[in-house]
Design a binder for this molecule. Structure first.
Ligand code: UDP
Length: 376
């Protein structure tokens, strides 16, 4: 397993339980990939080192899986956004709409009101079209246009509609950011959960260890959760990513009153501020640690976070997919290995399925899967 994040841990565990000997390597000095959490020595707060991760899923098996390895405590993600000099509730819900338009509409009135604002675009292709069809120009301008410009570094007219489809629009006062049936936070953080997944006699973990793809033929099989293009030495070009910068700062008491505050205005340089202690509402801490987050183009020495997946990247991706298919004993997995924007629950689902497919292929004597899930 190259990479000790969720994909490597979950696949490794399934294969170890099936009797295989697994070595998990990671270049970092910790496990958990970008889900890594660690307590801040100064405040005692559990910090989401690589930015906010909230576990939510509709997949009962995945929910059962994570609960086997960690105690999940109730957590509802209630995001706020500061835009045009006010604080609003997200995702866009009846409170947001009434506050924004200074009205006291009931659900059906608001539905009709927004329908009247929304553009009639039958099959929205771009993020902007999707937003205009979804909420109309005013709410789009306040909450989505500037934020998306900052997050993705390009105009929402160049982005696919799918990015916005992640977010709900509600004509009631439900301000839970996610639709899913199951939602929570691991009591002791994600790293402890992943440590327990990796805690099996068949699994050895080697940290601070770079894996050279040239070593792949020396192993029975390699599951690569690093960047797909990185496996090939970027010889067909670099797949585009957005990277994140986190400016850490501290405060006394409660700085912003919620875990995540977005900033919708384009002239505010950051996208959001995360106050980590609010991710553990069952704990109490006098002081606070926060991240001011901003996004930019990912350079060769930066951490890749969000795959961009625009037309140019998809063309290059097709070339890498062909290259991957020509490699015998490697399966490319996870967010970086398949170059897709994946939530944690989807990562676990695909990892469980990938491990089962791999075991079946072994048993049947058929070729191992090239990808945990086809990237295109
Ligand atoms: N988005 C936005 N305004 C917001 C929050 C999100 O325009 O206040 C857009 C933005 O383009 C973002 C996408 O919706 O990339 C998905 O948002 P989500 O909160 O799922 O992003 P994540 O937390 O995964 O970065």
């Amino acid at each position: 397993m190259v990479g000790a994040g969720l994909s490597g841990a979950v696949i490794g565990r399934v294969l170890a339980e099936a009797g295989h000997q697994i070595t998990v390597v990671d270049t970092r000095d910790h496990i958990g990939g970008n889900c890594h959490t660690a307590r801040d020595a100064e405040t005692g707060v559990m910090v989401h080192t690589y930015g906010p991760h909230i576990f939510h899923t509709d997949d009962a098996e995945v929910w059962g899986y994570v609960n086997d390895f960690a105690t999940f405590l109730p957590f509802k993600n209630r995001v706020k956004t500061t835009a045009k000099g006010q604080v609003f509730s997200l995702p866009v819900n009846l409170h947001t709409i009434n506050q924004f338009y200074n009205k006291t509409m009931r659900p059906e009135e608001a539905r009709a009101f927004i329908a009247n604002q929304a553009a009639d675009i039958p099959d929205p292709q771009t993020f902007e079209e999707q937003a205009l069809a979804f909420v109309g120009p005013d709410l789009y301008d306040a909450f989505f246009k500037g934020y998306t410009q900052k997050q993705w570094g390009c105009s929402p007219t160049e982005l696919p509609a799918a990015i916005l489809k992640r977010l709900p629009l509600r004509f009631n006062y439900d301000d839970n950011y996610f639709f899913h049936a199951f939602q929570g936070m691991p009591e002791e953080g994600y790293t402890v959960m992943i440590e327990r997944i990796l805690d099996h006699p068949g699994i050895t973990v080697e940290l601070n260890r770079a894996f050279d793809p040239a070593e792949a033929p020396d192993w029975d099989h390699v599951f690569w959760s690093g960047p797909l293009d990185g496996f090939f030495g970027y010889n067909l070009g670099r797949l585009g990513y957005r990277t994140l910068d986190f400016e850490t700062f501290r405060a006394e008491g409660d700085y912003q009153g919620c875990a995540v505050m977005n900033y919708g205005d384009v002239d505010v340089p950051y996208t959001r501020i995360t106050e980590h202690k609010h991710f553990s509402p069952w704990e109490s801490h006098e002081n606070s640690i926060l991240y001011k987050e901003s996004a930019r183009e990912c350079g060769p020495d930066d951490i890749p976070y969000y795959p961009i997946r625009l037309v140019d990247e998809k063309a290059m991706l097709a070339d890498y997919v062909a290259a991957a298919e020509a490699v015998d004993n490697v399966t490319f997995v996870g967010r970086l290995g398949t170059y897709r924007y994946l939530d944690m629950d989807v990562t676990i689902r695909e990892s469980l399925d990938c491990a089962a497919d791999w075991l079946k292929a072994q048993a049947d004597g058929t070729p191992a899967p090239t990808f945990s899930k086809a990237p295109l």
